[in-house]
Design a protein around this ligand. Structure first.
Ligand SMILES: [Zn+2]
Length: 549
């Protein structure tokens, strides 16, 4: 009888393809799955007793923003503790490469304070250079990178609001081709954020033709997820059609202010698929987001220094102009701004306000009542008082839509979070990102075990083989002989997300500061055990994956 390196014995094996579990043993040798057989038949030098637990492919998170935080926390704690073994970075138009010397300050400013951390060297200029930096630091998980359209545009024309000239477009195409050759899986856009919001549809099509040449993927934070959501979905599909690229519509839940529920945008996706276009969707299951209050300001001023924003908001005339611009929303702003536009002040709860901590835990509506001011003015006053340090929880998604999306076969699960850890820089100030700690266990706990919104095998498919297929990863996301041994072993009965806080909030906030989930007992990345009995082993077996052309 062969003795394998490691045998995962007597588990309920879920292959990741949507099939129900079966009792089995699984053997790992040199990073790969080398045997799968009936329970009790395989022998290993090391045996993990999986009795009572499920054995599934490691989760693939197709939408994250860990581009810089993974440099600060190589172990990828918040991800791997959820069972995530691969993350896609470079989403929403934001990747930290390529970088042009003339515009390095602009790209750095987009990433905020993490940009100045000592671990974030900014020594790279090219996309290949950035990937090399990532790989050289040792990784707790695998990474797949997208080239951000915003980064390409900043490298060529900074935060210029105008159209790209023919020469500038050619330069962007050149940088994108370089990124694709270096191993990028495609290009992402963030069409509500600067500078993506300044780009025409034609600019994106021209760039996607380069992606098409390398058989990559186009992913998009679309141009408005509220009032204009159907136009924005249609634009993404049109871009894919014109350029001949598969399309992934990112975190595509309608946000507060959208006139339709999620069925309406899913119908556009279904129609495109009927016509032979490869369009898919991902979504996160949280109804809230905790950006800075300044993130709600018009795009062309939102990144200015706090002092400059204070001066603007102290001038009554400028303040009125800014208010009008927010309400008109001509260049659709990101989702949470719908709450400002529609006066939903009771759905905005203060999280950080260093200059007036007494407002934390209260809604803008309550603070306004206490101050005897209009809520919109209160919002602006809190920015004057705290600048970019003021953050709030915006409850801007209806949970009904999350269920609709979860149940659609063309929708996979993504976190839209990033690698975090409950210590050090990544915990100061303490972030509110339940998706970064609790996405995948939360789905299993709330939408599989406690309420049968999804079957277990379908939930696992949406976390594993489906995103793997989307990325062209034929040897991950499934439990099959010959595949890489990215594996999670969990106890569905014990699974508990300890990061999610449901609306309406009570204060102090439940599950905040966030903690790691419970019930994710073992995680293997490329055959090495990274989580052992709910503890990180310190192993760094992750690799930077390259897109196969
Ligand atoms: Zn986004």
């Amino acid at each position: 009888m062969t003795t394998y390196d490691i045998v995962l014995a007597n588990g309920r094996i879920l292959d990741g393809c949507g099939n129900p579990w079966f009792w089995g043993d699984l053997a790992i040798q040199q990073g790969k799955i080398v045997a799968i057989a009936p329970a009790g038949t395989l022998q290993g030098s090391q045996t993990v007793n999986c009795a009572g637990r499920f054995v599934a492919p490691g989760f693939i998170d197709i939408h994250t923003h860990s581009d810089l935080s993974i440099l600060v926390n190589h172990q990828a704690e918040s991800a791997v503790r959820q069972g995530v073994t691969t993350q896609v970075i470079g989403n929403c138009g934001m990747s930290p490469a390529p970088v042009d010397e003339a515009h390095i300050d602009e790209i750095r400013s987009q990433w905020g304070p993490i940009s100045d951390q000592p671990e974030v060297s900014w020594e790279w200029r090219t996309f290949a250079g950035y990937l090399k930096t990532l790989q050289s630091c040792g990784l707790g998980i695998n990474l797949a990178a997208l080239a951000g359209h915003g980064a390409l545009r900043i490298a060529v024309m900074g935060l210029d609001e105008g159209n790209a000239t023919a020469t500038q477009l050619d330069q962007m195409k050149g940088l994108l081709a370089e990124a694709m050759q270096a191993g990028a899986f495609g290009m992402s856009t963030g069409l509500v954020y600067p500078p993506g919001c300044y780009a025409s549809t034609e600019e994106i099509i021209a760039l996607c033709r380069v992606v098409s040449k390398y058989h990559g993927l186009y992913t998009s934070h679309i141009r408005g997820e509220r009032e204009t959501i159907l136009d924005a979905v249609a634009e993404a599909i049109y871009i894919g059609c014109e350029a001949g690229v598969p399309v992934q519509i990112s975190h595509n839940a309608p946000k507060y202010g959208a006139p339709y529920d999620a069925h309406a945008n899913l119908r556009l996706v279904e129609e495109a698929r009927r016509q032979g276009q490869d369009v898919t969707v991902d979504n996160d299951v949280h109804t809230d987001l905790a950006p800075t209050l300044t993130g709600g300001l018009p795009q062309h001023i939102m990144d200015r220094p706090s002092s400059e924003l204070s001066d603007m908001l102290r001038n009554p005339q400028v303040r009125n102009q800014i208010r009008d611009e927010i309400v008109q929303d001509l260049k659709p702003a990101f989702g949470p701004v719908g709450l400002l536009k529609h006066g939903q002040w009771q759905r905005i709860t203060l999280l950080h306000a260093p200059k007036n901590p007494e407002v934390v835990g209260k809604t803008i509506q309550t603070i306004a009542n206490e101050r005897g001011k209009e809520p919109f003015d209160t919002y602006f006053d809190l920015i004057i008082e705290n600048g970019h340090a003021a953050e709030a929880i915006f409850d801007y998604i209806d949970e009904t839509n999350i269920r609709i999306l979860l149940q659609h076969p063309a929708v996979m699960i993504s976190s839209d979070g990033q690698v975090l850890a409950p210590y050090g820089f990544l915990n100061d100030p303490i972030p509110y990102q339940p998706c970064s700690y609790g996405e995948f266990p939360g789905v299993l706990e709330r939408y599989v075990r406690d309420e049968p919104v999804l079957t277990l095998q379908e939930a696992i498919r949406k976390m594993t083989s489906f995103p793997a297929q989307r990325l062209g990863l034929q040897d991950r996301g499934v439990l099959r002989e010959g595949a890489w041994a990215d594996i999670v072993i969990f106890d569905l009965e014990r699974i508990r997300d300890r990061a999610t806080n449901l609306y309406p909030h009570t204060y102090p906030f439940e599950n905040y500061p966030h903690q790691y989930p419970e019930g994710i007992d073992y995680v293997f990345v490329n055959g090495a055990m990274v989580v052992d009995g709910e503890e990180h082993t310190g192993e760094l077996p992750g690799v930077v994956l390259g897109h196969r052309i």
